[in-house]
Ligand binder design. Structure first.
Ligand code: NAP
Ligand code: F7E
Length: 348
């Protein structure tokens, strides 16, 4: 039986990846962090599918603590390690830049050195969750492996450090390290402080509970390449086990603005939005009631914004046969319907 250790298993991708590996018959070990309220980080997985939680063998560890990483490897004796653990919020990385660097950059070095300290370099394959944020604002229509990196945030800078260290350790010590450069991927399990889920949850609360308060957002005009997380974890597994090269890009090769995502999400519940004003004074108005339902809050602007991302996934398609299947419209529909279901479940 193949053995996998997942760091970041309680996050969006970790939950889907654990589900996928369990379905494939792996023995899955999951890292959880010590927490004063353990229910908080476990709730997402348990509500989605309690069986996944029950089937994982849990180990306490933290990317800030090298000795705990070493112990987690000793306990799990993994064939595969997936490092999905991160402070993954770009805006918040400007609030906690040192912490972001410690977990996202140095944390990966700690993990690699834990593997080396146990002389397991040749026995374990390691996946690192790299990100399209490393490209920053590029001048190309599609970002691919020839596009230069130009990180614009502490988050992206830390991820680029880890990416480079991954390449460096692979070459220096002959370690099998695979770097998946994933573009934005979303789902009903997405954290509620990322823009897509923030929007779909607000749509559901307005539709089910009649919430009148305007939703406050930042930059509506940045464009992202949004895919479906459940499909992206399958790509991670292919990259790690079948990938012959170090780096792969996972994306949909299409892009949409935050504004367009928002309009599509509200249209699922029959709300059309018209826009008035400019900049921080812009508001989104419900066309049928005249209510202001969207406001701008500059807090959600970033000190340095990434305006446009669109990834070229041709390499993973040709080499590993992976391609995205769910369209953005389908993704929005399934996220809104999931949040409506959850909102209705809170009505007693
Ligand atoms: P997420 O939902 O924010 O999950 C992050 C995971 O990391 C959680 O399980 C979290 O545990 C864990 N974690 C945080 N700090 C940690 C620490 N100090 N030690 C160990 N674990 C820690 O992120 P995601 O969307 O699933 O993304 C997974 C990975 O892919 C992240 O590394 C992210 O940066 C990267 N990525 C994401 C996207 C995307 O669009 N989703 C795109 C490219 C790359 P708690 O539950 O205890 O907080
Ligand atoms: O922002 C704009 C914001 O926070 C998307 C992470 O998984 O993907 C994710 O990073 C866009 C940005 O995702 C709000 O300015 C407007 O332009 O949902 P997001 P992200 O920053 O693209 C990459 C690939 C990762 O690697 C990261 O880990 O939406 N935006 N208004 C807003 N964003 C947020 N969060 N909240 C707003 O109110």
């Amino acid at each position: 039986m193949k053995r996998a250790l997942i760091i970041g298993v309680t996050g969006q991708d970790g939950i889907y990846l654990a589900e996928h590996l369990l379905e494939l018959g792996y023995k899955v070990y999951g890292v959880r962090r010590p927490s004063t309220i353990p229910e908080a980080s476990q709730r997402r997985m348990k509500e989605y599918n309690n069986d996944i939680f029950e089937q994982i063998t849990w180990i306490y560890a933290d990317l800030a603590d090298g000795s705990s990483l070493r112990r987690s490897i000793e306990i799990s004796q993994p064939d595969y390690i997936y490092n999905l653990g991160a402070q993954s919020h770009v805006r918040l990385s400007f609030e906690v830049p040192e912490y972001t660097a410690d977990i996202n950059a140095v944390g990966f070095v700690r993990l690699l050195d834990a593997v080396r300290a146990l002389h397991a370099e040749k026995n374990v394959s390691i996946y690192q969750a790299s990100t399209s944020e490393m490209f920053g604002n590029s001048s190309t229509k599609y970002q691919n492996l020839s596009t230069p990196f130009n990180p614009l945030s502490p988050y992206a800078s830390a991820k680029l450090y880890a990416h480079n260290v991954g390449l460096n350790y692979a070459k220096s010590y002959g370690m099998k390290i695979r770097l998946g450069i994933l573009f934005n991927h979303e789902s009903p399990l997405r954290g509620t402080n990322f823009v897509t889920r923030k929007i779909t949850r607000a749509v559901a609360n307005r539709s089910v509970h009649g919430v009148k308060k305007a939703l406050k957002l930042g930059n509506l005009d940045s464009r992202r390449d949004w895919g479906y997380a459940k499909e992206y974890v399958q790509a991670m597994n292919l990259i790690l086990e079948k990938g012959v090269e170090s780096e792969y890009i996972v994306a949909t090769k299409s892009h949409e603005s935050v504004r367009s995502f928002l309009e599509k999400a509200y249209s699922v519940v029959g709300i059309n939005i018209s826009w008035e004003g400019k900049g921080v004074d812009e508001v989104g108005i419900c066309s049928s009631t005249g209510d202001v339902i969207i406001k701008i809050d500059p807090w959600f602007y970033r000190p340095n914004e990434l305006d446009y991302l669109c990834g070229d996934f041709s390499k993973i398609k040709h080499e590993l046969g992976w391609e995205p299947k769910t369209t953005l419209n389908e993704l929005i529909e399934l996220m809104v319907q999931s949040d409506i279901y959850k909102a209705k479940a809170t009505i007693v």
